[in-house]
Design a binder for this molecule. Structure first.
Ligand code: ADP
Ligand code: MG
Length: 499
């Protein structure tokens, strides 16, 4: 044993390899469709099956998406990159090689920062360097759990376009990894580069991890973790693996270089195979494909069309709409929600109210219905109208919440944004929900409430003034929530103080 405590004194070092399926209709080198969940082995052709004589033809749309992502993550996009064959045998790889990029990737040397609440980081910002982003085609899928004692192969995914992002080993904790991945996914969604669906495999994260004594420079031997299908899975797998490596070292052993599979159900990792080195793949330039040329013009055009990214939008929401950081974070998490907020805020001219409505009842209703903001039946213009009705005093806030419920009911079953859905003003008019401030009607409700409770009136007059709230409630009940509370309070005080 060393004099070092077994647990303290070591830090984790983590680097990620992220595969992102690009959102194209067609595959990377052939026109087969890329849809998920279709009948196995139907989206295939001689090119992606690697039949003799078939030749690949590059899908330009995929290149544009890859360039877009590379620029958004601050990488340098190279005007020339080279397609390489990565050779290995596996039943779901009929060609015997994957077309990828190796020595000359599409893009290199990026950095992507996320804000964190990690107080150990003085600026609250986590900056992770991106070593490279390259393009490649996906392999097929081996299905181990469908047939007893046999593995099936579905080649529909073969040839689907991907980018692989490789980070430097800049992470020091599983929590940092999770925070950063959340930011990466937000950006990819904003860019509309990928649908980032982890369950369907369009976003896959492999994590490389080692430990080393704190303060020491050289990297320890790493293991590679695969098979995590959520960000929390990535975090937990890393926690488990780091603890395992610490134990190995504490027992005087050495961490073996290997690939480990995360078992979500058992919450542990087990070895898959000893890891091949890159020379085992016998990479060489693909003789069927010329180097990929991306013109300066294309790079500039893609750059000019980059959408506003989440971090910039958060800052702008705070500045333009005076929102607290928390609101800005929630409202920009997904692009459709941010658009929805922005339209509501602009139309109503009441940005903080719009934020309260959306972060409260609107998001709750979206989540309950599992809807994105762009499919939500209450459109921003109508939400803005509802907010206006409250602001100008036509209805009070509680009534407004009911009106929102009615709007959702009336929109059910009609097309989103259709004129058949009722506007808040229509609902208020039809159902007589407007606030009543008319003195005559308010006085009548007050009289009725007092007459029904002579005992309470007497107690009030004996000094039990907290009964004011009780009378308030009685009046509200009689008005079905529509009475103007300020006026009611005034009339109640007047009447109760009479003797
Ligand atoms: P390999 O040659 O095994 O493929 P690379 O140097 O290409 O390793 O790195 C692959 C990934 O592993 C990168 O994300 C990198 O940041 C990460 N990585 C490399 N070495 C280590 C290490 N010792 N500990 C943790 N992560 C590492
Ligand atoms: Mg490598």
């Amino acid at each position: 044993m060393t004099d070092r405590a077994p647990d303290a004194g070591y830090e984790a070092v983590i680097g990620l390899e992220i595969h992102v399926q690009l959102r194209t209709e067609e595959k990377l080198f052939c026109p087969d469709g890329t849809g998920f969940g279709e009948v196995p082995n139907t989206n295939v052709c001689p090119v992606c099956l690697g039949l003799p004589g078939a030749l690949p033809v590059l899908n330009r749309e995929a290149v544009e998406l890859a360039v877009r992502a590379s620029l958004a993550f601050g990488c340098t996009v190279h005007q020339r990159s080279v397609w390489a064959r990565k050779n290995y045998f596996y039943p779901d790889l009929p060609k015997g090689y994957q077309i990828s990029q190796f020595e000359e990737p599409l893009a290199t040397d990026g950095v992507f920062r996320v804000e964190t609440d990690d107080t150990s980081d003085p600026v609250g910002r986590l900056a992770i360097r991106i070593r490279r982003i390259h393009m490649e085609e996906d392999a097929g899928k081996s299905i181990h759990d469908r047939f007893e004692g046999a593995t099936a192969v579905d080649l529909n995914r073969t040839g689907t376009p991907l980018i692989e992002m490789v980070t430097e080993p800049d992470f020091r904790s599983p929590a940092q990894v999770r925070a950063w991945l959340t930011g990466v996914k937000q950006v990819l969604e904003y860019l509309e580069v990928s649908d980032c669906n982890m369950e369907e495999g369009s976003l896959r994260v492999d994590a490389n991890v080692s430990i080393r004594p704190v303060g020491s420079e050289p990297l320890g031997t790493k293991t590679e973790l695969k098979n995590m299908n959520s960000f929390s899975g990535v975090e937990r797998a890393l926690d488990v693996e780091i603890a395992r490596q610490r134990d190995v070292v504490a027992m005087g052993g050495q961490v073996a270089h290997q690939t480990l599979l995360w078992d979500e159900r058992r919450g542990d990792v087990r070895p898959m195979r000893s890891k091949e080195e890159s020379h085992d793949y016998r990479y060489f330039p693909d003789p069927d494909l010329p180097p990929l040329q991306v013109s300066e013009n294309l790079i500039e055009a893609v750059k000019a069309q980059l959408p506003e990214l989440p971090a910039a939008r958060r800052t702008r929401f705070r500045e333009d709409y005076g929102l607290p950081a928390y609101d800005a974070g929630v409202l920009t998490a997904r692009r459709p929600l941010a658009d929805y907020y922005e339209e509501t805020a602009r139309t109503s001219g009441a940005p903080k109210e719009a934020s309260n409505w959306i972060m409260g009842p609107v998001l709750a209703a979206m989540n309950a219905r599992d809807l994105e903001a762009d499919d939500f039946p209450v459109r921003p213009v109508h939400l803005a109208e509802l907010i206006d009705l409250v602001e100008e005093g036509t209805i009070n806030r509680n009534v407004a919440k009911d009106v929102l419920g009615r709007m959702l009911e009336s929109a059910a079953g009609v097309e989103v944004g259709s004129a058949a859905a009722k506007t808040p003003a229509e609902i208020v008019r039809e159902e007589g929900l407007a606030t009543v401030s008319d003195t005559g009607r308010l006085e009548a409700w007050v009289e009725d409430a007092l007459a029904a409770h002579p005992e309470e009136v007497a107690r009030f007059r004996d000094g039990e003034t907290r009964l004011q709230g009780f009378f308030m409630g009685e009046v509200m009940k009689r008005s079905r929530g529509k009475a103007d509370p300020t006026e009611v309070a005034r009339i109640l005080t007047e009447r109760l103080e009479e003797t």
